[in-house]
Design a protein around this ligand. Structure first.
Ligand SMILES: NC(=O)c1ccc[n+]([C@@H]2O[C@H](COP(=O)([O-])OP(=O)(O)OC[C@H]3O[C@@H](n4cnc5c(N)ncnc54)[C@H](OP(=O)(O)O)[C@@H]3O)[C@@H](O)[C@H]2O)c1
Length: 289
């Protein structure tokens, strides 16, 4: 008898996790999903709610699962949640739990731009998390995404709100580029990587086929709407980000944007053998609106 696949997803109510859980559930895969707060369950899903991912609660339930997909992370710090606590120490806890639970496969989402030479606090925390995983002895795959686009991601929701206001502000020149990838492609890749040996112990850029300027992205998004696009001084945007924790762009959102990071899409296409959604075509189709 073929043993049915069982996948653990942590950070269950986040953007990627919600889309992934829905996809896996539709594929009839047995899911164990963990979050700090209550959430709505899908078919075939066991729900665990635990504020601190308490070993006593979690370990017995996730034992011998086929894979764990780690989707917990923050891209903005506060007094109560900093990069070291959430991106590094929490990952250490999950790696330890996964070893004890004899998880077959560990999947982590890092970030495009993470490298040994980085000087950015956010990337340093992701790099340290990657190293914990690489040195854990677990069978791993680490993905480094650019911006993951979907109907319900934070940035898309923000852009949609701007349509109602009739204006959108672009930080600085807008000539820096991004390499977005569609969430529907991401969830397929995550599932593939739990099943296929060719992903074993690899670090792979999670980037789409189009490398486009931020200005181009915004213009395509708002095409056909009555939204006024205005460029604003980068110093002013940074000043707001530094002084107001509720600013639309966080300091590291800006750092990442202006970093102009480009990933290796060909490598991703070769290993997945998938046909990818062009983000330019997606924007032109108006399907994100
Ligand atoms: N979306 C992108 O474009 C993008 C790009 C690059 C990298 N990434 C990485 O991909 C992963 C998933 O991204 P996402 O867009 O789905 O992020 P998200 O919507 O912000 O979800 C992240 C989840 O992490 C959990 N979390 C946050 N703080 C926590 C804490 N202190 N303790 C325990 N859990 C905590 C929360 O899950 P619960 O509320 O369920 O507890 C939250 O929903 C993250 O690691 C992110 O850094 C995303």
């Amino acid at each position: 008898m073929v043993k049915s696949n069982q996948i653990v997803v942590i950070g269950a109510s986040g953007f990627v996790a919600r889309n992934l859980r829905k996809y896996l559930s539709e594929k009839n895969i047995k899911l164990i999903s963990i979050s700090r707060n209550d959430f709505k369950q899908f078919k075939n899903e066991l729900k665990i709610v635990s504020k601190n991912y308490d070993e006593k609660i979690i370990l017995p339930k996730i034992k011998n699962s086929d894979a764990l997909i780690h989707l917990v992370g923050i891209g903005k710090q506060s007094i109560t949640a900093n990069y070291d606590m959430v991106n590094v120490e929490f990952t250490k806890h999950i790696v330890n739990l996964s070893k004890k639970a004899k998880i077959n496969k560990f999947i982590f989402i890092s970030g495009l731009g993470v490298s040994l030479n980085t000087s950015l606090g956010y990337f340093i925390s992701k790099y340290r998390a990657e190293q914990l995983i690489v040195n854990s002895g677990l069978n791993y795959t680490i993905f480094r995404p650019s911006y993951i686009v979907g109907k319900n991601d934070l940035f898309t929701k923000y852009l949609k709100k701007q349509i109602k206001k009739g204006k959108i502000e672009i930080p600085g020149s807008g000539t820096y580029s991004i390499q977005p990838i569609y969430i529907n492609d991401v969830v397929q890749i995550l599932l593939q990587s739990t099943l296929q040996i060719k992903f074993k112990n690899k670090i792979i850029d999670l980037v789409g086929p189009d490398y486009i300027t931020f200005e181009q992205y915004v213009k395509l998004f708002f095409k056909g709407t009555k939204t006024n696009i205005k460029k604003i001084n980068l110093e002013d945007v940074y000043h707001t980000a530094i002084t107001n924790s509720k600013s639309d762009f966080g300091v590291d959102d800006l750092n990442i944007l202006i970093g102009n990071f480009k990933g290796n899409h060909n490598k991703l296409r070769k290993i997945t053998e998938m046909k990818f959604q062009s983000i330019i075509e997606l924007l032109k189709s108006g399907r994100l609106l």
